[in-house]
Design a protein around this ligand. Structure first.
Ligand SMILES: [Zn+2]
Ligand SMILES: [Zn+2]
Length: 237
């Protein structure tokens, strides 16, 4: 039988991973989490850059004026492989600090404009020409014609829809600990040791109404053995 290598992540006895709050401060005001180089352009400068672009458009399109003061750009460490992300509700643009490691520095600007085009097309879809909100916002596709028009307006007419850049892959964290469920023989690889009395969630769910049961408590095993078994399973053996 072929086992999925996907391991149960919801363990009992483990505190839930807290949802990261949005980064409120630019990265250079925070303790860097990794040894990434600091972005060469500050988030404030990028915010001003985005606002300057919109001001030019606002000269012929009144409704853009209400968007300008709301725009905020931040460098956001927790983005995985997307170069950037736009949040419509608070007009926030998050940029991946790893953009700064790319050989072509214009990628930062391009990503900024890509995300700004999302905010611009969204803003146009929810406001009347004078900037007041539409009672019924128009539905638009994320990368549909409205977004493409916004890209053209912002000077990047040939922007591709996909904004996952070829960023250098994140260093894969190697597991240091291995555990096995004595019941279903599911393996668990971990970078850090398990909290005491962590049990196999699927087994507790299946056999004990989802409550902790010592019979399904993970047992530590040698890492090499676990890696070997998982490699065999992956190959269908
Ligand atoms: Zn996009
Ligand atoms: Zn189990």
């Amino acid at each position: 039988m072929h086992h999925e290598q996907q391991l149960p992540l919801d363990l009992f006895g483990e505190p839930p991973i807290p949802t990261p709050p949005p980064a409120e401060t630019p990265p250079h005001a925070q303790t860097p989490r990794t040894k990434q180089p600091l972005p060469p352009i500050s988030a404030e400068a990028l915010t001003r850059d985005a606002q300057r672009r919109l001001k030019e458009l606002a000269r012929t399109e009144a409704r853009i004026a209400t968007l300008i003061p709301r725009i905020r750009v931040i460098w956001y460490h927790r983005l995985q492989n997307s170069a950037g992300r736009a949040h419509f509700q608070d007009s926030r643009i998050e940029l991946n600090p790893r953009l700064a490691t790319l050989s072509d520095p214009s990628e930062i600007e391009r990503t900024l404009l890509h995300e700004l085009a999302h905010l611009l097309s969204w803003h146009r879809s929810i406001t009347k020409a004078d900037g007041t909100p539409l009672s019924r916002p128009r539905k638009i596709d994320a990368h549909g014609p409205e977004w493409r028009q916004a890209c053209t307006d912002l000077g990047i007419p040939n922007e591709p829809r996909c904004h996952t850049l070829e960023l250098a892959p994140r260093r894969k964290v190697k597991p240091k600990y291995a555990f096995i469920c004595p019941h279903c023989k599911e393996h668990l690889l971990r970078v850090r040791p398990l909290a005491r009395h962590s049990a196999c969630a699927p087994c507790c769910k299946r056999h004990n109404k989802g409550k902790f049961d010592a019979r399904y408590e993970f047992v530590p095993i040698p890492l090499q053995d676990a890696l070997h078994t998982l490699a065999l399973r992956e190959n269908g053996m």
